[in-house]
Design a protein around this ligand. Sequence first.
Ligand code: FE2
Ligand code: FE2
Length: 404
Amino acid sequence: MQTIAPKEQIDFETNKRLLNRYRFIEYETLRILAGWLPATAKMELKLAMGRLLWEDSQHVQHLYQRLREIQTPAFRPPEDDALELLMAEAIHAPNERDLLAGLFRVIKPALAAAYRWHINQTFANPDAPTLYAFKHILIDEDDQVQWAEQALADHPVGEWERYIADLLAAAGGVTGRHARIAAPAPPTTRHPFVAPRQAARDDRFSLVNRKAGQVIRDQNITTRRQLEFESYSQEMLAAETVALVIYLSPQMPWEFTYDSARHLYDETRHCKLGIEWMAQHGLDYTTVPQNTLIYAWRSQYDAALQYTMLTMGNEVHAFPYRHESIKAYQAYNDQLSIQYINYDMADERTHVAYGKKWIPELLKAEGITQPVEQFVEEAVKRWEAEYRSGVLPIHNAPAEPVFA
Ligand SMILES: [Fe+2]
Ligand SMILES: [Fe+2]
């Protein structure tokens, strides 16, 4: 009998082990970005994080689809304490730029290199679905690494980034194949991460509780239109709530995180849509005071209530106003505003559907036994009393929000 030693280094078992490691890194990166989105101050970074996080959800989805063909359950821990330590530590960065440097200048370039090595070492035809996934994931990873090079060009490599690099080396690299060093001691600048109850804004912005929850029906159409798009430019607040809900709900099924990553990304896109509209009208979005009290108010509640008030309060109730807007702008043939609102409404319909799909699961996950309909009804009543009224009461504040 003739036996042939394969030239490929990655056999079936090794493939599973490696895919579990990659899936773990992509998923934890998504969770870290969700945790940090509200805590990050610089608006340009927040907007980028929405996209990065959503792209990572696509990578997890690619890997999940392959993993469920070769193992049950599809999601498994990497069974490597050093790798788990790396991703557990990566969130405790001293600040937002160190955080992103650790993720996108250390971990992601190493992950991209691992995907490239893997492509050449796995059985090309038998493992073709994995190759297909890597090919597409790499388009994003290369973009992400390039984005970080530019966005953090003036951020020198510091002790935090070196710490992350050493933790990665202690795990034998992304694949775990390399010689391991001893786990490094954390730098003194390590800052234990806690889920943020305040939404950070950079110092270009002023903070004010302006027209919270109120429907803007200015008689003057030009004023109404500007206020509407200024309000879009504040939709980072919705993204921040979805981010916190993702971060607070690790026990939820993967499909929830996948849908919510899209929900979050959409809200950063709506924010950007407001910014773009304002720029096209010669207006600077940083002059719009930010109502971060909305986030502080929502974040005092558990994830199920935050999510229900957002989807069944804000999102369900936005449609009549948007339809009125389209009608009003049609009278002026204002195509830009109409197009933007049409795309926004398409996203918002999806968000309402997410709400209907996931609220019952969130209640189960949080051990809330109240009937779903009753819970939603009470949540909407609370939303009307506390948000629509513009009061936004903080019932048990860890720290008073500062309003200019
Ligand atoms: Fe939105
Ligand atoms: Fe939405």
